[in-house]
Structures are given as C-alpha cells and as structure tokens.
Design a binder for this molecule. Structure first.
Ligand SMILES: Nc1nc(=O)c2c([nH]1)NC[C@@H]1CN(c3ccc(C(=O)N[C@@H](CCC(=O)O)C(=O)O)cc3)C=[N+]21
Length: 285
C-alpha cells in the first residue's frame, strides 16, 4: 500500500505544455504575455524563487523581466516603480516578491498594484472576489493545491478539510477556496490547543506550518489526503517539508512531496494568471 504521490513537477510540466500552445496562438495574434517581477534586496531564497519564475516563463513563451532594486529603497520610490508598471500597457502581470525589507509596509505595496495586473492575487479586491466566489486571480499556492487535488479527481465536496496555518498567502485563502469547493473547513494555527484532535479528523490535511517534519503518522487517520506546503532548508542543504514524509507516506491516501510538490505548482499557476491578465479576462479595471 502506501500513499499515492502527487508529483507537482510532472503536473506542472503537462500544464506548461498546454500553456505553451496557448501562448503561441496569442503570439500569432500579436499578444505576448509579459510578467514583471520586482525583487527588492538580496535575500538568497527570494533570488532563487525569482529565477525559477523567469525560467518557467521562458519555457512557455511568456516574456518576463526582473526589476532588481536596492534593499535600501524608500517605500515611496518602490510605489513609484509600481505606478509606472501599472501604466505600462505592455506589462500584463506585476509580482513584487515577498518578504520585503522591514522599513517597507507590505500592505501598502500590495494595495498599490493595479488589481487587473495582480497575478499573485494578493490585492484586497482580488481577495474579496475570491471569497465571494467570483472570477479573479487566485493566489498561486492555493490555486496550485486545488489543481493538484483536481488532477487526481479527489473529491472535496462534503469532505472535512483541516488547515494548519493562517497566513494571508496560503492558510487563509486555501480555506476559502476549499469552502468554494463545498468542503467543511477547520482552521488550526499556532494557538490551537490539541492540534492532533483536529488533524486526526481530516479527510484533507493542508500543512503550512513552516517547521520541518512536525506532522508525523500519529497526526492523521488512515486514508487522509496530505498536502505539504512547507519548504524548510536543513543544515545539510536539503529541502524538506513540514510533513514527516516516510512515516506519513505509509498511512495517507495521497501525499505531496517536497521538493517537486506544491512549489513548482505555485510557479505554474503564476503563469496561468499571467496569461489570464494578458487576455484581460477578469473584468477588473
Ligand atoms: N509575491 C510573492 N509571490 C510568491 O508566489 C512567493 C513570494 N512572493 N515569496 C515566497 C513564496 C515562495 N514561493 C515558492 C515558489 C516556488 C517554489 C519552488 O519551485 N520550489 C521547488 C524547489 C526550489 C528549490 O530547490 O529551492 C520545489 O518545491 O520543488 C518554492 C516556493 C513563491 N512565493
């Protein structure tokens, strides 16, 4: 037995193949989707994610550009850069890599992006549209998770989804999106007493804690679908998730690996959102 592994890297590959065809049709019509990524400072993890986004864009024929700014840039100067991109007709998608330096308020930056170009889906207008079930840019990581579940025809309707983590970019939105798919949703977080009491009732368990290997087999019942959103770099340089893979693999029905799980899907959904932005399909002004 053992869990079926949902390989995000392979699923990404097949989705990117389809997108490549779509982009080439758009190009024939004179429309080249363009993504601008704004990177502030020299955080090594951010740099590596940004180059992953650039590589994936290239693979499907999306034109992408990185604007690299000094760590010391003033908030008002960053907002000016965003304003220029908002006004540039050739820029369809804008992504400001997070986290930002401490002297910059992330929320100011997120709210400065034109919602019609907000391919991260972080703008309050897009969050509101997502919560009310309207067509919009869905945040990439949760969108990737839903896409992984659908790729395996895993039912969500009436299932009990338990989420560990309540960040604005993963925990909160994945709960809302699962609710839109008619799941019953429980949110857990760092102040939840008796975490196990909740996780052992989950049909679908979304783990976004940010601590290596904490979810062991005793946290789940048999046949749970376990989605590991954690990315932890160990001292030996290896990447690992929040889920103890070997233990949970023996008990779960499905499990996503780290690496090659949710991470690559996050980038792939960003490409989907960029194509959507280029086509101007969201009815956002
Ligand atoms: N505005 C903004 N939008 C984001 O979407 C965003 C962000 N800021 N800040 C940071 C997080 C993190 N994130 C990841 C993307 C790809 C992988 C990924 O491809 N991971 C590979 C491994 C990559 C490696 O080896 O380092 C994998 O899991 O297989 C991981 C993490 C996007 N984020």
């Amino acid at each position: 037995m053992g869990a079926e592994i949902i390989n995000g890297k392979e699923l990404s590959k097949s989705l990117k193949g389809k997108m490549k065809k779509e982009v080439s049709i758009l190009k024939d019509k004179g429309l080249i989707p363009h993504l601008t990524v704004v990177l502030v400072g020299d955080n090594p993890a951010s740099k590596s994610y940004v180059s992953g986004k650039e590589k994936a864009s290239r693979e499907v024929g999306i034109s992408s550009e990185i604007i690299h700014l000094e760590n010391s840039i003033a908030e008002k100067d960053l907002l000016e850069v965003i304003d220029k991109l908002n006004k540039d007709k050739n820029v369809h998608g804008i992504l400001v890599q997070l986290p930002l330096p401490e002297h910059i308020q992330e929320q100011h930056v997120i709210e400065a992006i034109n919602p019609a170009k907000d391919v991260d889906g972080f703008h309050p207008i897009n969050i509101g549209r997502m919560m009310t079930g309207q067509d919009t840019f869905l945040p990439c990581t949760p969108y990737g998770i839903i896409t992984m579940l659908k790729s395996k025809n895993i039912p969500m309707e009436g299932r009990h989804a338990v989420i560990i983590g309540r960040s604005n970019i993963v925990g909160k939105p994945i709960g809302q999106m699962l609710l839109n798919e008619h799941a019953t949703v429980t949110y857990c977080h760092s102040r939840t007493p008796n975490l196990k009491e909740h996780t052992t009732k989950a049909d679908i368990l979304i783990v976004a804690i940010g601590k290596a290997n904490v979810i062991t087999a005793d946290y789940i019942k048999e046949d749970t679908v376990v989605i590991d959103v954690g990315i932890n770099r160990l001292d030996n340089g290896k990447l690992t998730g929040d889920v103890h893979f070997e233990e949970v693999e023996r008990k779960a029905a499905y499990l996503t690996p780290v690496p090659r799980g949710v991470g690559p899907m996050t980038i792939t959904m960003l490409l989907e959102n960029t194509i959507k932005a280029a086509k101007g399909l969201t009815n956002i002004d």
